[in-house]
Each structure stands twice: as structure tokens, then as C-alpha cells.
Design a protein around this ligand. Structure first.
Ligand code: URA
Length: 318
């Protein structure tokens, strides 16, 4: 089956990565290391509290660690906001997938909704699947058809899933942000955190996956709650409120590679997906992972596509 995914040669050194090694800095007791001489990073500045001499914030009887100048570490701050948003939004639960889909369709809470796409792109796959795959945000084909990861990246994902014995109709696939960012740009961390904390959190509460696979750095940063690089983080389990998350490369990254780095990256994705499937299968031994024939996703989305182009998705916004 590996052949279908196009990998031919050796198994690289990352095989030694131990699934189960958690990359959660707080769990590892490393949460304060970044404060030593670290400058706030550019994209987090808007999240970081500004100004000097603030009072030490006390949240739920927990004293927030501040540096010598009274500033909270920006990454700590971002992670704290992430936790708070999660706690706030977790209370909004939806009785069914249809109710959640309706709520997502009528969302216009952030500027992404007006960036020119046809409307929120929801999910594919069974909502009782033990494995959830989370991409970044819809691209052009996804916006056209109304399903996540059905364009070129999605086709490569399907091959990668098949290489570990999964057909796409047996996993739940969704995105961090639901609306297409203009010109296929990568969603910012703030956009990911905002949309993900509302809608992805609600999806996770409904689907209750045993394992999540996060594709690319937008997903990685959402689940981790702060900035991190995908090259170093992939293959290491993250704990997202009790759910193990395996970050791996986004298929779009593979599509940009060639030669040896492409072969290596494909092996890495293969082992990440395999680790995720094995963990999910151990927790849900009765789950069937594969259909006899490959599902035709685009055909299955014909109705949804028609609805989007007719503008029905807009009616709930008016
Ligand atoms: N299409 C999606 O739906 N998600 C991605 O992450 C990329 C393309």
C-alpha cells in the first residue's frame, strides 16, 4: 500500500520519535523558559498586554507569572486566552450535527465571512468517527464544492490515508477556519484561534474523537495554544483537553517539496498517520476503517455545491 502514496526509499531517522511523547511545554515544566530574554514575536503582539506597571492579574485564584517589568509572557498570555475561550465556548453544545451546521452557516462573527468566499465550508465523514483530521481552511475547490480538503491537497491526503488503510468516508474531516481566506492566504493565528475556539471546539464536543490529526502549522498552533514550528513539532503528541493530537505536515507542504525532501516528508506523514490510526483503533476496536471502493467526494458534494452557488447558504444570514 505504501506504493500508492508514492514513497519508495528508506525510513528516515524520525522513526525514532516516540509516539506518546507530549510536546506540551507546561506538562514538561518548561512554560517559563521562553521568558528568559525572549522578545514578543510579531504576530502575537496584538494579543500581548501592552504598557508597563500593570497590576498582577489574578484569574480564578491563579497568579499569572509576570516578568521583571510586569509583563506577562506573550505565549503564556496567548495560551491562557486559548484556555479561557475554550472554557467559555465549551458550554455551547449542539444536540446534532445538523444543528451545529446550521449555526456555522449563519455565523458572521469575523471578517473572514466577508472575504469573498461562498460561505462556511463544513465537514465530511461520519460524526461518530474516532479519528478527526483537521486542516487549515478552505481553498478555492473547497469553497466551490462546500467540503473540506477536496482539492489537490485533499487528494494527496486521501492517498496518504489509504497508505495506512483508511478511506476518507471513515474519518471526520474539517478545518480550523470555516471560511475561505481571500486569495488562499494562510489564516493567521488569531483567525485560527477565534474560529477554532467557537466552531471547531463545538465540533470536537459533538464528535468526541478519540484522536485528532492536525495538518500543518495553523492546526498545530491552535491545538498547542502558542506559536511553534511544524518541522520540529510533527510526530510528537499534543494533549488537547484530554484528546491526543498528532501534528503532521499539511499535504500542501508535500506538494511544494521534491526529490529527497519529498520522500522524507511522505515517510514522516505516513508514520504520523499510522501512529494516529493505531491509537484510535486501540481506543475504538470495533471501528471499520476502510470501504471496498474509494468514495467520490466531489460527486457526494454535488447538492451542497448547487446550494452554495444558488446562494441558499446566505438566507440564514439575512
Ligand atoms: N483545503 C482545506 O479544506 N483545508 C486545507 O487545509 C487546505 C485546503
Amino acid at each position: 500500500t505504501l506504493r500508492t502514496f508514492g514513497t519508495k526509499s528508506r525510513q528516515p531517522s524520525h522513526r525514532r520519535c516516540v509516539p506518546g511523547r507530549y510536546l506540551n511545554p507546561q506538562a514538561a515544566g518548561l512554560s517559563n523558559l521562553k521568558t528568559l530574554g525572549a522578545q514578543p514575536r510579531q504576530s502575537l503582539e496584538s494579543f500581548a498586554p501592552k504598557g508597563r506597571g500593570q497590576r498582577r492579574p489574578i484569574i480564578k485564584n491563579r497568579v499569572i507569572p509576570l516578568d521583571l517589568f510586569g509583563h506577562e509572557d506573550p505565549e503564556e498570555y496567548a495560551a491562557r486566552r486559548h484556555r479561557e475561550l475554550y472554557e467559555e465556548t465549551e458550554k455551547i453544545t449542539y444536540p446534532s450535527h445538523e444543528a451545529l451546521a446550521e449555526a456555522i452557516r449563519s455565523c458572521s462573527r469575523c471578517p473572514l465571512r466577508k472575504e469573498g468566499g461562498l460561505g462556511p465550508v463544513l465537514s465530511t465523514g461520519p460524526s461518530d468517527s474516532p479519528l478527526m483530521i483537521v486542516g487549515e481552511g478552505p481553498g478555492g475547490v473547497e469553497d466551490d464544492y462546500g467540503g473540506p480538503l477536496v482539492g489537490p491537497s485533499g487528494q494527496l491526503l486521501d492517498k496518504a490515508l489509504l497508505s495506512v488503510g483508511i478511506t476518507r468516508d471513515h474519518v471526520y474531516v474539517t478545518n480550523i477556519v470555516k471560511c475561505r481566506p481571500r486569495g488562499n492566504r494562510t489564516p493567521t493565528m488569531e483567525e485560527g484561534r477565534f474560529c477554532g475556539s467557537i466552531w471547531l471546539a463545538a465540533e470536537i464536543a459533538l464528535v468526541k474523537p478519540k484522536v485528532i490529526v492536525g495538518l500543518g502549522k495553523v492546526a498545530l498552533r491552535f491545538f498547542l495554544g502558542h506559536e511553534a514550528g511544524i518541522i520540529r513539532s510533527r510526530g510528537h503528541w499534543i494533549d488537547y483537553h484530554g484528546i491526543p493530537v498528532m501534528p503532521t505536515f499539511h499535504p500542501a507542504y508535500l506538494l511544494r517539496q521534491s526529490g529527497r525532501s519529498l520522500v522524507d516528508a511522505k515517510w514522516q506523514v505516513y508514520y504520523d498517520l499510522l501512529a494516529a490510526k493505531e491509537k484510535a483503533a486501540a481506543l475504538s476496536p470495533q471501528w471499520v476503517w476502510k470501504s471496498e471502493t474509494m468514495p467520490n467526494l466531489l460527486e457526494n458534494l454535488t447538492e451542497e455545491r448547487k446550494r452554495r452557488h444558488e446562494g441558499n447558504h446566505m438566507s440564514s444570514l439575512q
